[in-house]
Design a protein around this ligand. Structure first.
Ligand code: NAD
Length: 482
């Protein structure tokens, strides 16, 4: 494994001197030390990406050849499936089953899906009202793309960006999270093995200061960023203050889960435990606010608490564990701080509530009931296995409930548990979120759009919508009259 930077087709050390330890969250032990890129390294990576855009070895590839490189990359991910899954679990902490089924399988599927798009992207001919004039559109690559990723699903989220960027003929500079860089570095090695020409895929490691260099760089055309809303705002300012680079922002979430009076409670309990604790709740779409119809609240809470007590917790590498550690000591402190506000804000703690006394960064699955709408745990993103439950009354065509569910700056995802079609439609239409799931956990799919309303972001990833993010639409006019 190369703990170096990959610039213009070469693995190289940083010209700077600082480095960051990447840590196994199940033990707290250092796995590896990764360099912090210097400004010179960032400039060199961007220059390489710029040059590669006009290198005929990349720019002149036929669509079928560009697709071939992506199909090769997907096959290499398949070939290294177990190795990548073990590495993700070691660096991120996620249970190995999640690494295999969600992270690595999801990465390969995403790359293959966009490989398929390369030969199917079309323009249009447009009925302009000029005589003897042809107007048609072309999709052209945006140019140099900075891909900045978070630590919760490092490999899979990188492919959400990398696959459509390459499918549309762009070049990229990747900046993975400083907390979990290892699978991104390995994927870049596989890109080189697949045969992408030098400069098409570059990676610089380091903390937010390296991300900031990219977002402020005048020669970056598009930043595709997934991470917190606070940093998303800084990136927006960086773009505005420099070259007004295009932005795709996938930001934080605070997804409500609504359990209606007629819900299949056992299905809702199973789905909500999964939706709230998948990857230890470190999922942007994780359910954290539970609005339960008052007559079902007690049954729901008892069953959820009983179910959580059965969830095996421990290092992700052990196949029997379903809940792994939180990603870092810093993040554990953040979860502890917010959980402490729960009781202070008047909620009742009915399960968990504290760190597990063992090596690594484990936190008990935690349930609060009687949570007020004004409580911090109802508003702030916790990103841990913490459930805040409140009751609602099924009156007034659900308007009050919809207002309460929408009472957040975020709008990424929501879920509804009901057997009633009218309830599901009223809620799905009324909730301001980029994705509403009915009777199922919040798992995205590459064929459906993914992105947020409000402070959860700008733009959409996945499906044909990601192709829009990585292309400029050019209108060509041709007058053929005399
Ligand atoms: P983060 O904002 O701390 O960091 C994300 C990335 O941004 C990292 O690579 C970091 O180094 C970089 N960064 C930090 N400061 C920067 C700056 N000033 N300029 C440019 N880059 C900078 O987020 P995180 O803690 O790694 O991830 C968790 C967050 O990500 C949560 O808020 C979660 O909701 C969000 N997330 C959203 C989605 C989605 O699809 N909407 C998916 C996953 C995670």
């Amino acid at each position: 494994m190369a703990s170096k930077l990959f610039i213009d087709g070469e693995w190289t050390g940083s010209s700077g001197t600082s480095a960051i330890d990447t840590i196994d969250p199940s033990t707290g032990q250092v796995i590896e030390t990764v360099p912090t890129a210097s400004r010179g390294d960032v400039d060199a990576a961007i220059a390489a990406a710029r040059a590669a855009l006009s290198n005929p070895a990349w720019a002149d590839l036929l669509p079928v050849q560009r697709a071939g490189l992506l199909f090769k990359l997907a096959s290499l991910v398949d070939e290294h499936h177990e190795e990548l899954a073990q590495l993700e679990t070691r660096d991120q902490g996620q249970p190995i089953g999640i690494s295999r089924m969600v992270s690595v399988t999801g990465a390969a599927e995403h790359i293959r899906y966009y490989a398929g798009w390369v030969t199917k992207m079309q323009g249009s001919t447009n009925p302009v009202s000029f005589p003897d004039t042809l107007n048609y559109t072309r999709r052209e690559p945006v140019g140099v793309n900075a891909l900045i990723t978070p630590w919760n699903f490092p490999l899979m989220i990188l492919t959400w960006k990398l696959a459509p960027a390459l499918a549309t003929g762009n070049t990229v500079v990747i900046k993975p999270s400083e907390v979990t860089p290892l699978t991104s570095l390995r994927l870049v090695e596989l890109c080189a093995e697949a045969g992408f020409p030098a400069g098409v895929v570059n990676i610089v490691t380091g903390d937010g200061s390296v991300g900031e260099m990219l977002t402020r760089h005048p020669d970056v055309d598009h930043v595709s960023y997934t991470g917190s809303t606070a940093v998303g705002k800084l990136i927006t300012m960086a773009s505005a203050e420099t070259n007004l680079k295009r932005l795709t922002l996938e930001l934080g979430g605070k997804a409500p889960s609504i359990i209606a009076r007629d819900a299949d409670i056992d299905a809702a309990v199973g789905g909500n435990i999964m939706g709230a604790t998948l990857n230890s709740g470190q999922v942007c779409a994780a359910y954290t606010r539970f609005y339960v119809e008052r007559s079902r609240e007690q049954e729901f809470v008892e069953k959820v608490v009983g179910g959580l007590a059965q969830v095996p917790i421990g290092p992700g590498a052990d196949e029997s564990n379903v809940l792994g550690p939180l990603v870092s000591a810093k993040h554990l402190s953040h979860v502890e701080r917010l959980v402490a506000t729960g009781a202070a804000d008047g909620a009742e703690l009915v399960a968990g509530g504290k760190r597990i006394d063992r090596d690594g960064y484990f936190f008990e699955p935690t349930v609060f009931t009687g949570v007020k709408d004004s409580a911090a745990i109802m508003h702030e993103e916790i990103f841990g296995p913490v459930l805040a439950v409140t009751a609602y009354d099924d009156t007034d065509e659900l308007h009050d409930l919809i207002n309460r569910a929408n009472d957040t700056p975020y709008g990424l995802a929501a879920t509804v548990w009901t057997r009633d079609i009218a309830t599901s439609q009223r809620l799905a239409n009324g909730i301001k979120a980029g994705a509403v799931f009915v009777n199922m956990p919040p798992i995205p799919d590459m064929a459906a759009p993914w992105g947020g309303y409000k402070a959860s972001g700008w733009g959409r990833e996945m499906g044909p919508w990601a192709l829009d993010a990585y292309t400029e639409l050019k209108s060509v006019w041709l007058h053929y009259g005399s």
